[in-house]
Design a protein around this ligand. Structure first.
Ligand SMILES: [Zn+2]
Ligand SMILES: [Zn+2]
Length: 111
């Protein structure tokens, strides 16, 4: 069986999609990365190598004002990386609502 390997744009985890998996996927469906839980929308699924994903923005909730907002790849790229007290790698996000800075952990699961 042919397996298509798709690299997660966030954590670079390789997601393997079998023909069977792809047969069940339609354009507009969402795949979730098993490693970092990023959501990707299927934008092409033609067969063979004709497959494309578009990263969906993750939603997060500000711990300060409780407003939910989108974390776009651009925001992540702009957010300074730091380490939390337990040594996990986190991004320092700024809430667009109340402007508070808080740590956002992206990779919860360690292999
Ligand atoms: Zn990932
Ligand atoms: Zn806030």
């Amino acid at each position: 069986m042919a397996i298509l390997e798709v690299e997660c744009p966030i954590c670079e985890e390789v997601l393997e999609l079998t023909d069977e998996d792809r047969a069940e996927l339609a354009v507009g469906d969402v795949i979730v990365c098993a490693s970092c839980h990023s959501e990707m929308e299927v934008t092409r699924n033609g067969g063979g190598e004709d497959f494309e994903l578009d990263l969906l923005s993750a939603m997060t909730t500000c711990p300060h004002c409780d407003e939910e907002f989108e974390v776009t790849p651009d925001m992540l790229a702009a957010a300074p990386a730091t380490r939390s007290q337990d040594g996990a790698e986190v991004s320092l996000m700024t809430c667009p609502h109340c402007k508070v800075k808080f740590e956002l952990e992206l990779t919860e699961e360690q292999a």
